[in-house]
Design a protein around this ligand. Structure first.
Ligand code: ZN
Ligand code: ZN
Length: 294
């Protein structure tokens, strides 16, 4: 499906904010991260509205992000960020001086160190969303089915959503790490390399979920406590799973909206830290780290 034909569905700012608040009480281990994210959402929503009102052009994204969004991102991060990140961004002058180039590298798909990538993403995302289908003109990236049809960015999260018709079954989508466009993608196919051999694709889900019972692969001891969660305990993540590939050793998290319709994929993806740790302990590498570098 081409960008610009109505397929481009992105999450509303209010939905993200409400979900980040709701998940803070549900996931104590992600509270700090979600509180930083919630504060960033305020900055991003203002930037989104301003960019729309001012008629931002695609070519202006790096300069505009550095000038009008990055200063507030730095302030919020120094105030609400985890200690290491907050400390790293306190040298405002350095990040501001390099801001435009930092954003340009993110839009070009270049390798970046985590703090630089975090700042570029936080500042550029609302502008790319404001541009809509024109976001592609600001970005570089492959135009194949494993990359965003709008901007060529990599997939951040996989989503299972109810089909458009009652009896059509669930549909799988990928959500772009750069511009948040959602595009259809076949189920049982690796989002990194396209592997389709079911024997090489593994799903890991938390013990106590229907997914774990059917897949036979179980993540135990979520929450970082010393004791494994009892099998009968209510799962933390009934709607999140690790979708891993044995061919390329990459993974991403999948959010199942048929199990939890109130989930907001990019927000739930940020909060599911224990599943990331589980995957990474098994030697799997995420297709692209999320906004918070996980
Ligand atoms: Zn995109
Ligand atoms: Zn693969």
């Amino acid at each position: 499906m081409a960008a610009g034909d109505g397929a481009r569905t992105v999450e509303a700012w209010t939905a993200r904010r409400r979900r980040a608040e709701a998940l803070q009480s549900r996931y104590p281990f992600a509270r700090g991260l979600l509180s930083l994210y919630g504060a960033l959402l305020d900055v991003q929503e203002r930037a989104y509205a301003a960019a729309r009102a001012e008629g931002l052009a695609a070519g202006e994204v790096p300069a505009y992000a550095a000038r009008s969004v990055l200063p507030a991102v730095l302030t919020i991060t120094a105030r609400h960020g985890p200690e290491r990140l907050a400390e790293a961004v306190r040298d405002d002058d350095r990040w501001l001086a390099d801001g435009e180039a930092t954003v340009r590298r993110w839009l070009a798909g270049a390798d970046q160190e985590p703090v630089e990538r975090y700042l570029a993403r936080a500042a550029a995302a609302p502008l790319l969303e404001a541009l809509g289908p024109a976001a592609g003109e600001a970005c570089a990236g492959p135009h194949d089915e494993r990359h965003c049809p709008c901007c060529g960015g990599p997939p951040q999260v996989s989503v299972l959503a109810p089909g458009p018709e009652a009896l059509s079954g669930a549909h799988r989508y990928l959500v772009c790490a750069r511009c948040a466009t959602r595009w259809p993608y076949p189920r049982l196919t690796c989002a990194a390399c396209g592997e389709r051999d079911a024997a090489r694709l593994t799903v890991y889900a938390e013990g106590g979920t229907a997914e774990a019972e059917t897949s036979g692969t179980v993540v135990r001891g979520l929450g970082g406590g010393p004791q494994p969660a009892p099998a009968a305990a209510r799962p933390h993540f009934p709607h999140v799973r690790v979708e891993a590939c044995g061919s390329c050793s990459r993974y991403l998290l999948g959010i199942d909206l048929t199990r939890e319709p109130s989930a907001v994929p990019t927000v739930d993806e940020l909060a599911a830290l224990p599943l990331d740790l589980y995957a990474q302990e098994r030697g799997l590498v995420k297709i692209v780290p999320n906004l918070m570098g996980v």
